[in-house]
Design a protein around this ligand. Sequence first.
Ligand SMILES: Nc1ncnc2c1ncn2[C@@H]1O[C@H](COP(=O)(O)OP(=O)(O)OP(=O)(O)O)[C@@H](O)[C@H]1O
Ligand SMILES: [Mg+2]
Length: 352
Amino acid sequence: MSGQKILNIGIDLGTSRSVIACDNGIRTFMSSYVGYPKDAVSQKMLGKGIIFGDDALKNRLALNLYRPFDRGVLLHSDSPEKNIEEYNKAKSVARELLRQLISQVTKEEPDNVLLRGVIGAPALATQNNKKDLLDIAEGILDDVLIASEPFTVAYGLNLYSNALIIDIGAGTTDLCRMHGTIPTQDDQITTFKAGDHIDRIFLELIKKKYADANLTLNMVKRFKEENAILSSQSESVFIELPVNGKPTPCDVTDEIKAACRSIVPEIVDGIRKLVATFDPEFQDGLKQNVILAGGGSQIVGLQREIEKYMKKTLGYGKVNKVEEPLYAGAGGALMLCKDMPEEYWDQLKKRS
Ligand SMILES: Nc1ncnc2c1ncn2[C@@H]1O[C@H](COP(=O)(O)OP(=O)(O)OP(=O)(O)O)[C@@H](O)[C@H]1O
Ligand SMILES: [Mg+2]
């Protein structure tokens, strides 16, 4: 291998967005959608056999559209035997997604460059969930390491100890306490109340209030991303929805707040557990340094809401959020990739 150029890559294959950061300075992301033209007409219209990201979403009527990850892991990864066909399809779709991301960052690289990647997985991903990620990367990356997502976020922020990271994604919210070593299972909690859950609740609540309005989960998600708010003192929030074909402004102030609030109890319960089971002398350090990451960290008022609950249940709490929620996971994975000693990668090769 001597003399061969090594490219370090951090990858966050998310339920909603997939992000890549590379040590050649290139980083990018795309929505985790892959679409295949439905027939000869759609193939001709689109001019390609496979479409990625928001482009796929926009052209969904002409495509068989796939979102290969669910609840933070490959679709059907927890019980592949129940749905073997869809599971295999999700795997091949995820491979295409990864290949596309890699091609975006390696355009200018020589063919023989060695691609070394760290891929994030939910905090409590099972062995099978992780094996799926290794399978997906096989033949695309030369060396691969799977790391817990909140850990990669912490690593990227140089927060090795006295910190509690909460990564609020689409499929999962992952909590992880840092205390100077690689976190173990006991240091981490995964809940399934995250962005997708908010979207489902928000859709349900709007449908209940405006039975005649016509709307989809996707519309609700986009609206939420621009208006997500939790605080009680705020202006009214209106969404324009087609009612019998006519765009009609609908007041959804209470609905969006209730939907955003629906993820809070499990988050604060997770914080309470991770603090209460920690060495008492270090508990204050955790409470003072709760960090929100992931797309869900952008909900306006979430920080204060969590602090309020922490004050009630733990006496005190200080919550901050990362500056770049989109890149925090992949950026940290890249740093981890660069920092892993060469012997580690050698050992990994010997084992496989
Ligand atoms: N401004 C915003 N306010 C509220 N939610 C947002 C905002 N921007 C993005 N989101 C939500 O954040 C989620 C995506 O976050 P992120 O990209 O961290 O998730 P992911 O990594 O794809 O998911 P997972 O980690 O669960 O696999 C989506 O549910 C999205 O709707
Ligand atoms: Mg994520």
